[in-house]
Ligand binder design. Sequence first.
Ligand code: FRU
Length: 495
Amino acid sequence: MNKLHTAIESVIKEQPKVNKNYWRLNYHVSTPAYWMNDPNGFSFFNGEYHLFYQHHPYSPEWGPMFWGHVKSKNLVHWEHMPIALAPTDEYDQDGCFSGGGIEKDGSMYVMYTGNTWTGDDHDKDLLQVQCLAVSNDGIHFTKFKENPVIAEAPTGDVHPYHIRDPKVWKQGNDYYCVLGSRTMDHHGQVLLYRSSDLLHWEFISVMAKSDGDLGYMWECPDVFRLEGHDVLMMSPQGVKPKGDLYHNLHQAGYVLGELDYHTGVLSHGDFHLLDYGFDFYAPQTMEDPKGRRIMIAWMAMWESHMPEQEYNWAGAMTIPRQLEWMDGEIYSKPVQELKELRGNVVRLEHVTVKEKKVIPEVIGDCYELEVTIDAKSAEQFGVKVRVSEKEETVISYSRLEGKVILDRERSGKGPKGIRKAPVQLKENLLHLRVFVDHSSVEVFINEGEKVMSARVYPSENSTGISFFSDEEISIVSLQKWDLKKCIHPLSDNFA
Ligand code: FRU
């Protein structure tokens, strides 16, 4: 039996046991079983959205990487597909690492990094090359015999081995790709390449690099145009904490500017985070046929404690978010298709809260909660979700700090801590859309101006929702919808 089939059998066999775990997610993509990290090859092909992911199909830990695969007609109902890529060749023997996907001449191409360990020190003893595979049906892939298509790092101030995560796009008649990289003395940077056929690549330039404060390596770059601006999204490793920012092990964000396709240089402004929570890394985007720029990220963080590993799975994706340019920043909003998941609804208006308010009919562990709060003269107020006597996940606003605070100190099992996002009230109002699933919370603040995502691991009976404030506030409107399950298992037919 070949390596792909053995891997598929491994996850199919484990899937029923994994699905008994309460923390499995109802409307977020995760693996049928075992480990996942970055989204890969996010693209549209033959009328469907395809999302691949870094996958280790034999244990809930990172290991030699395969590409797992899900597809969807509407970004909401996802179907698990057979594993798409396995590390079977000399050039990718220790892993098919991250990369992008693109449609060309009626076929789907994926470009990825082939990884080889050349010794025991995984930081120094490695060889990374860029590879291409093609599929006519979007399910079965053939690797090119010409692989690797980029066999070595360009000369210049480019580290020879840490070069990975190709993301491809088309501009005019040419294809371009960016690679995550670092300088010889370990500053993150991004390399730009051009090709006419996806097979032959010419290095153009270092497109952007850290000014010294933005980490030792930039992983998973992505470049796209958004309402007249060029955006470089990347995941810098090793950025030091600064005030309330950058407290996760690694960051994921963007710079906005203008890309000169001849020189290959991006002139750009400051780095901004794409998510201010705990669990958000390696985001990848695609432009869909409706012209929307859609982003999905790994809702986890390297080296974070993941209690679901005890149940033989690890990692999940965020919900798909639509990116929009607004006043010099990028807003992220849940894609509107997610409204299809809405079931039972509770609607309330003009509810006064002083100190504490529990609304008995507003409960759950899989829902969307939309609230507009008039802060009146309160200094500190907010909402608690996944509440029981012992547990709570707290989303609060501090007027003094001008920040929304996400607190998972008492969320249940798993890592703890608080994260803060700078937010100004608008006409003294705070608008929140909170997506809760069995082991996650995603908070969209003021129509996507800021987002905070977290994995949380509460017990099944922590279903309460309550409001609190130091002075009187008014819930101007509240809507809560139970959300339906929409992830379909990996079928036995694929074994
Ligand atoms: C980012 C990353 C990528 C790499 C992949 C390996 O999370 O480190 O740079 O390709 O994960 O799984």
